[in-house]
Design a protein around this ligand. Sequence first.
Ligand SMILES: Nc1ncnc2c1ncn2[C@@H]1O[C@H](COP(=O)(O)OP(=O)(O)OP(=O)(O)O)[C@@H](O)[C@H]1O
Ligand SMILES: [Mg+2]
Length: 507
Amino acid sequence: MTVALEMREIVKDFPGVRALDRVNFTIEPGQILGLCGENGAGKSTLMKILSGVIPHPEYEGRILIAGAEKRFRTTKEAEQSGIAIIHQELSLFPQLTVAENLFMGNEVARRGVIDWDETRSSAVRLLERFRINIDPDDLVSDLNIGENQLVEIARALSKNARFLILDEPTSALTGEEVVKLFSILRDLRQSGVACVYISHKLDEVKELCDAIAVLRDGRTIGEPMPTATLNKADIVRAMVGRDIAHLYPRVEHAPGETILEIKNFSVDHPFLPGERIIEDAAMHVREGEILGIYGLMGSGRSELLTAIFGGFAPDEFSGEVFIRGNRVKIQSPCDAIRAGIGLCTEDRKILGLFLEAGLDFNISIAALGRFFAGRGVVDRHRELETVRESIRTLGVKTPSEFQTVKNLSGGNQQKGLLGRWLLSRPSILFLDEPTRGVDVGAKSEIYQIMNRLKMENKGIVMVSSDLPELLGMSDRVMVMREGRLVAECAIGDATPEKLGALATGNV
Ligand SMILES: Nc1ncnc2c1ncn2[C@@H]1O[C@H](COP(=O)(O)OP(=O)(O)OP(=O)(O)O)[C@@H](O)[C@H]1O
Ligand SMILES: [Mg+2]
């Protein structure tokens, strides 16, 4: 069999970092190849080279398709050779519609004029073909992250790629959407399309991929291994070079007093008068307790956390918030931070990080008050000491604490965001999808930190779509459906089936 695509001896340096060190990588036709490795291992960089995002000659080494050397200077050139990539970071244009985004750069034009009717009906056909239930006239800014990702996938597929690269495509998809995506990818494999699939969800990788290639610190670890012969521990060992004992190290700890309670909490819909995105929610979390919130995407989980954190205008929500039994008024995130609440958001790019700023600034921003040395001056020395400490504890992979955040790998950005909230020492911490895009080693570190906070009697509310994580770490689980907190389960009674049924209303 001829080798479909080969990358040989690829080297890529960034200032202060050798991201790829003589990497060899081969994809066979009609193969779904998993690409695994820790945060910062070089997975996205390798695929950016393959897809022309990092153009020739900004790297060393060669790319061969069926033996012929290719030098892509643009993504368009890579697409012409049949290579399409779906990026880890969302790259749609929020102000445009779904249909416009689908054909951006490949507009359906007649005599130089874009044919909007044809664009729209092509979009309808494309979405139907992949059974994606989204209105092509919707603005992308009105879609949630999962829908965004589905549109990106449809866009890549519209280019009739022979090699499709997916960089953590399912991080924001629901179980049902993942099933849909996998069946799309298997159909494509049938028709001879090869696929590179990057993911930290090793169960998914094992289920979907024919073989797995592993990168560690910019180097290839052996030949790709057929998944049939592997178990998860083998993959982890290849990725991190050691065994990880217990991924979900829940500690038993008797919870204390109720630290946060909300009552009659409602949030109005921003566009539909009379509709609500949160309806009459009530919940509490105790000291030394991790409350997990489960629900489908769009069920209002993130909005609930954001609303309590003061992220909505005062006239958009109603309800009461009590901290240690005292009624508090939280009308802005500043009020929330002052009341001892921290919110680690799910969308690090839009809501969380200052991408153009340094890692140091991003980590210390919510805790700057601690470093004031009088007269409004910040004790920069102490600030940096603390920042370095938190980079060490979380194992953020970066050439220095001053690195611009947008240059960090996805998982390392997430760690930086978490570092920020840990530093502000909140007594109540909201974590929205805390380990999305984070590798197994770092996941286990984040869980250790959550446990430490629990032992220090902090109250933690965690929203997670990752059921094993939710069940593995929470002490109690509440389920949200269509803006309502519909049920509560002791952790002993919570099973994936039960939570799934409660979340969809099929009880
Ligand atoms: N534009 C850039 N400028 C400087 N350094 C970069 C840039 N892009 C990537 N790097 C560095 O190159 C290394 C590899 O990053 P890459 O994004 O490829 O990792 P990854 O394997 O995709 O990780 P993750 O699982 O976190 O997404 C990291 O150390 C990263 O900080
Ligand atoms: Mg990456």
